[in-house]
Design a protein around this ligand. Structure first.
Ligand code: BGC
Length: 414
């Protein structure tokens, strides 16, 4: 290279480095708006600010993220994607296929993500061999939360089978206590439904029905039994369940207005934020049956113009997978770190149980992606299943009709 050109290039590189870290910017789209969720994401905002970043918050309320995904589509279609988006499961690869995701492999490689993330999680973060998302945590979905005082008052133990759950719920109902705190929003119906599929059908059946969309499994007698149990669950919720947000359902358990909630461990974040202690004020247990339904939150970066924004994306990716953030965020959020090298000593007992069960189910082949939280299926396929779950829950549709209607819906979504 000519000396003058070389000089110019190195000056450019130098000024690039200086400018590169001058003012990292990020507009972050997420749906963490409940008390504990906001407290958790504030940890990232703070770390980002400490590194000189400017964070523009774009929270879109709505548990499970359906509203956030609608907002995202509108932004991308108008050619103005946010810099960083809470996105997970196959939706990451769906957006990648649209050609709108940024490649964050340079950060992933510099930070050695491959060495600290389990392969099952890392695979969700890759698009054609490149890193296209940064994982935040592992939430377990198949949990049942209980008000300990209420259970003690009625001499009820945490249920290990669905028969035990039904017996406990019948007893509570007869005593005038709402057995199940639930919010009638389709993603919450789907959350309960998938734990029943896992419990009644077992891990192999879950995989066939809700991951592989196997027609025989979807139309089997086992699936009829699952809907029978859903009909029972409908009888255990209070009259005002329709449209209720998940955190308000959690508050019902906290305040003794209901005994149980079936919800992922973001519900635990709410208990903890209210100063409640597991084992004393509330109980956690996996829903009846074997297996573990995982839900990994992650952020994908969208292609944007401007070095400040690109710097913001790289800084965010680095912080998200950083050990400090993974610890502090997840202690607030109710989840466990995605990284395997973060010590869990300071975490609560439910988190320790989650980590232990994740290990054993991974070995046993029963660690499964949550369909209700977008980890297992493409959006249209999951939607076809959830539509029927919700329609059945909110009507007197028979289990046989639900199974039939769903098989048709899934076939049309393929
Ligand atoms: C997300 C959690 C969130 C929950 C309720 C889930 O799909 O993974 O991070 O707390 O929805 O909004």
């Amino acid at each position: 290279m000519h000396i003058k050109t070389a000089l110019a290039a190195s000056v450019a590189a130098l000024s690039y480095v200086t400018i590169a870290h001058a003012n990292p910017q990020a507009e972050v789209l997420h749906w963490w708006t409940s008390g504990s969720e906001a407290k958790s994401v504030a940890v990232l905002q703070q770390e980002f600010a400490e590194k000189g970043g400017t964070w523009t918050d774009m929270p879109v309320a709505g548990g499970g993220g359906d509203a956030a995904m609608t907002a995202l589509r509108a932004r991308v279609l108008s050619g103005n994607a946010p810099t960083a988006v809470q996105l997970k499961g196959p939706a990451i690869q769906e957006w990648y296929a649209e050609g709108v995701l940024a490649d964050i492999s340079a950060v992933a490689e510099a930070q050695g993500w491959a060495k600290v993330l389990p392969e099952s999680i890392a695979n969700h973060m890759k698009c054609d061999g490149t890193w296209c998302a940064a994982p935040v945590n592992v939430h377990r979905v198949d949990w049942i939360w209980a008000n300990k005082v209420l259970l003690d008052q009625h001499s009820i133990a945490m249920p290990n089978t669905w028969e035990e759950f039904n017996a406990a719920a019948d007893k509570l109902k007869a005593a005038g206590v709402t057995p199940l705190a639930h919010g009638g929003q389709s993603w919450q119906d789907a959350t309960v439904f998938e734990t029943v599929v896992l419990g009644i059908g077992g891990p192999d059946f879950f995989r066939k029905a809700l991951v592989d969309l196997d027609k025989d499994a979807l139309t089997s007698d086992t699936m009829v039994k699952v809907f029978d149990q859903m009909r029972k669950m409908r009888g255990y919720v209070d009259a005002n369940f329709s449209g209720r947000d998940w955190n308000l359902a959690t508050a019902m358990v906290m305040n003794g207005e209901a005994a149980f909630q079936i919800m992922g461990d973001w519900a635990k974040g709410e208990f903890l934020a209210a100063g409640k202690t597991p084992g004393t004020d509330f109980l956690c247990g996996s829903t009846p049956g074997d297996g573990y339904l995982y839900n990994v939150d992650s952020f994908a970066m969208f292609k944007v113009d401007g070095q400040d924004k690109i710097d913001g994306q790289n800084l965010l990716a680095e912080l998200i997978v950083g050990p400090n953030f993974q610890k502090v965020f997840n202690m607030n959020k109710g989840s466990i770190p995605a990284r395997t090298d973060v010590a869990l000593n300071d975490f609560d007992d439910c988190a320790k149980l989650s980590a232990a069960d994740m290990g054993t189910t991974s070995d046993a082949g029963s660690l499964l992606p949550s369909y209700a939280h977008g980890m297992a299926l493409r959006g249209a396929q999951a939607g076809a299943i959830t539509d029927v779950v919700t329609a059945h829950f909110n009507s007197d549709m028979s289990s046989a009709d639900a199974v039939k209607m769903r098989a048709e819906g899934v076939a049309n979504s393929m």
